[in-house]
Write a protein that binds this ligand. Structure first.
Ligand SMILES: [Cu+2]
Length: 167
């Protein structure tokens, strides 16, 4: 009996330890890591904006970005951009964005992005806002995003282009 509760205490310790590790570094959680998230700055009255980030899956199981939320937008969607009869159109990604094991997905201007709609505040350059990403397996992970002028938004992973590719 005593041995059993010792084992249980040990298991709990391990979980607490993992938890502490996760809170020490907001850019890594479970098997996922993130580049610094960037949000496109808005002029007063602009209703929407977009956020960009690269998500790398270092684990051996696929995960999926299924939603995102933030207090600065009433509605958040994961969008792709596709050419449709010569016109670039945005559309919501059906069923979430898969992130295969050992691969990275890049959300960047002109391609995949986190669409922030119904902004509750003007997004001024250099301000910071939390965005919570919801993953099928990793659960909710909140990252701090920095607002940047459109010209200052950098590709999120130097050395990688915006296509999906293996690490
Ligand atoms: Cu969009």
């Amino acid at each position: 009996m005593a041995l059993k509760s010792f084992a249980l205490a040990l298991v709990m310790l391990v979980f607490v330890g993992l938890d502490a590790g996760a809170t020490n570094d907001s850019h890594s959680h479970a098997q996922l890591s993130f580049s610094p998230m960037q949000i496109r700055a808005t002029a007063p009255g602009m209703p929407s904006s977009a956020a960009y980030v690269s998500i790398a899956n270092h684990g051996d199981a696929a995960d999926r970005l299924i939603a995102a939320k933030t207090v600065v937008a009433r509605r958040v969607e994961i969008h792709s951009m596709e050419m449709d009869n010569g016109v670039m159109r945005m559309r919501a990604v059906d069923g979430g964005l898969p992130i295969a094991a050992g691969e990275a997905v890049h959300l960047a201007p002109g391609g995949l992005h986190i669409m922030l709609m119904g902004l509750t505040t003007q997004l001024a350059a250099d301000s910071q806002h939390e965005i919570t990403l919801v993953f099928e397996k990793a659960g909710e992970i909140t990252v701090t995003a920095t607002v940047k002028r459109p010209a200052d938004i950098t590709p999120t992973m130097p050395g990688h282009n915006m296509s999906h590719q293996s690490q």
